[in-house]
Design a protein around this ligand. Structure first.
Ligand code: 13P
Length: 272
């Protein structure tokens, strides 16, 4: 099996102001030290703070990401942001299909798929977020939902494109609620997603694709969650707004990386 580099992302959602965003980024950079060699770390600040946060991240090996993108190059799309704009600010990664975009804003799978393919074509890494609601879980349709969101979201992405795709499994009922999937349930859904990737692509791609867990990840549950063999890191909301908590979660993920592994982060591989 391929050793997958863990990846932890901080999704700041609609939080922080300019000063606190920069301070948070600086504190995370200062605390990360050499952990970035064993764990990819990404931060997704609100659009208006991307540039300032990018400056704060500097060249310390952390990744600047955006929370969303629109799948058109330019034009009359009031309020939207293009891939070129993100690249201008040195963003390297983007979230698509986050549950708040799906359930609060009302985005559907076809728009999410368009965002994903547009972002990949522009050279961005993409985190495709999927997850079931409480009602869907109770109704026993979790896997149908995950399968639909995964298959529709990936759309026409080919094997080559999958190199730049990360999946985030975020059960909607666990987001911002303090309720976390049990490590067993999270592992089981991650294993299902990986199985589906093997069917959609092949075993090697399924094996190489990183699957993050998101939903009330905190310093006190990160270690037991990351112990799942199919859990390759986290997408963190609330706890990513506190540098100490976010760093503790990164530490838990970095500790799982095989110290002797010759695997390089995608950043090193890309720059090689
Ligand atoms: P919380 O960690 O606040 O539950 O948010 C998770 C999330 O939505 C990350 O994208």
């Amino acid at each position: 099996m391929t050793a997958r580099m863990p990846i932890v992302g901080g999704n700041w959602k609609m939080n922080t102001d300019l000063a606190s965003a920069v301070e948070l980024a600086e504190d995370v950079v200062a605390g990360c030290g050499t952990m970035v060699e064993s764990c990819d770390v990404a931060m997704f600040p609100p659009f208006p703070y991307l540039q300032a946060v990018g400056r704060a991240l500097g060249h310390h090996g952390l990744v600047l990401g955006a929370q969303d993108v629109y799948p058109k190059p330019d034009g009359a799309f009031t309020g939207e942001v293009s891939t070129a704009m993100l690249l201008d600010l040195h963003a390297e990664m983007v979230l698509v299909g986050h549950s708040e975009r799906r359930h609060v804003i009302g985005e559907r799978d076809d728009l999410i798929a368009a965002k994903l393919t547009t972002a990949l074509a522009a050279g961005l890494k993409v985190v495709l977020c999927i997850g079931e609601t409480k009602e869907q879980r109770t109704a026993g349709t979790t896997r149908d939902v995950l399968n639909t969101q995964l298959t529709a979201g990936l759309g026409t992405v080919d094997a080559d494109g999958m190199r730049d795709v990360i999946i985030a499994y975020e059960p909607v009922w666990a987001i911002g609620t303090g309720e976390t999937a049990t490590p067993e349930d999270a592992e089981s859904e991650h294993a299902f997603v990986r199985e589906r990737l093997a069917e959609l692509y092949d075993a090697d791609i399924a094996d190489a694709t990183r699957i993050q867990y998101g939903g009330s990840v905190k310093p006190n549950n990160a270690e037991e969650l990351i112990a799942g063999p199919n859990i390759d890191g986290f997408l963190v909301g609330g706890a990513s707004l506190k540098a100490d908590d976010f760093l503790a979660i990164i530490r838990a993920a970095a500790a799982t990386a095989d110290a002797g592994s010759s695997e390089r982060s995608y950043r090193e591989a890309r720059n090689a």
